[in-house]
Design a protein around this ligand. Structure first.
Ligand code: ATP
Ligand code: MG
Length: 279
């Protein structure tokens, strides 16, 4: 094991400290309904790492990013790790939504609004919003759920200038991602971004970006508002796990080889369609 120190192990990724840098390592673990399944999906970590790297480049004219190197990483993580600048992270999860689903839909049904933004009546599961909205959440401690906060809450937390910058960047990044994906038949329903600050205060895009783990991707050809959408990447595992009668609590069931293979090819397909590259 290289001389790096494990700082944090998330559901899917591990974070190591190496001098002043972080090494973000994407594993092949997959979570469904927030439970990590015991069976890995081969190449998932590599696909998500390459996809993030590709997006960082596509977005470089909008925002600087934390990438230092994709190759200067410990050999055992090669291909699925990114060396990045360790930043002072802004303690807000910056979410953009172009479609209504998940917790956003729950919030809308209760309040008619998400993060304090009032939406028109009559919207349903997977409705497309006229304008994408910024629906920030707190960064929850382990085991707790993130909670929506309003834009004014973000202003109170980080100040007006930074709050506006976070909102504007989040919406510009979402719009760029949505447009590129739409050309390739993929809907980006929503996405979560994380920003950090350089010592001079400059905002820097960190974490992962526009991956299936940080975003909801739907096949455009199957989009039907009013029902739950098929997930571009996880649908096979979800359908299969339901068929087993699993109650969606940990531990999750072992995934059979044919479902693993179908899921692996979906991740590769997302990557290849979005980037136009061969995995
Ligand atoms: P989950 O499994 O729910 O995603 P998590 O978000 O705690 O849990 P990871 O996403 O695996 O786990 O962890 C990545 C961590 O690294 C996050 O806390 C993120 O804020 C942090 N991070 C990402 N990029 C940087 C950076 N450049 N500098 C400092 N911290 C960063
Ligand atoms: Mg995370």
């Amino acid at each position: 094991m290289a001389d790096v120190k494990l700082l944090h192990s998330g559901k899917v990724r591990d974070v190591y400290l190496d001098g002043d840098d972080l090494i973000l390592v994407a594993s092949d673990r997959i979570s469904v309904y927030d439970v990590v399944l015991p069976t890995p999906i081969p190449d998932k970590g590599a696909v998500l790492t390459r996809l993030s790297l590709w997006w960082f480049e596509q977005l470089a004219d909008i925002v600087p990013n934390h990438v230092v190197s994709a190759t200067d990483v410990p050999a055992e993580f090669a291909g699925r790790a990114i060396r990045c600048r360790r930043l002072d992270m802004v303690q807000v999860e910056c979410i953009a939504r172009g479609y209504l689903t998940g917790l956003g839909l729950t919030e809308y049904r209760r309040d008619g609004a998400v993060s304090g933004i009032t939406l028109p009546p009559g919207l349903v599961e997977a409705s497309r919003l006229d304008e994408p909205i910024f629906t920030p959440t707190t960064k929850a401690a382990v085991g707790e759920h993130d909670e929506f906060v309003t834009f004014d809450d973000v202003v109170a937390q980080v100040g007006k200038d930074l709050a506006e910058e976070l909102r504007d960047l989040t919406l510009r990044i979402y719009a760029r991602g949505r447009d590129i994906a739409a050309e390739r038949g993929i809907i980006v329903a929503d996405t979560k971004l994380e920003f950090g600050q350089a010592p001079d205060g400059t905002l820097i895009l960190a974490d992962e970006v526009l991956t299936p783990d940080s975003s909801r991707f739907w096949p455009l050809s199957e989009w039907t508002p009013g029902r739950a959408q098929h997930s571009f990447d996880k649908q096979s595992v979800r359908d299969w796990s339901r068929s087993t009668g699993w109650d969606k609590t940990a531990p999750g069931p072992e995934v059979p080889p044919d479902v693993v293979e179908r899921t692996r090819s979906r991740y590769v397909e997302v990557y290849e369609r979005l980037t136009g590259l061969t995995f």
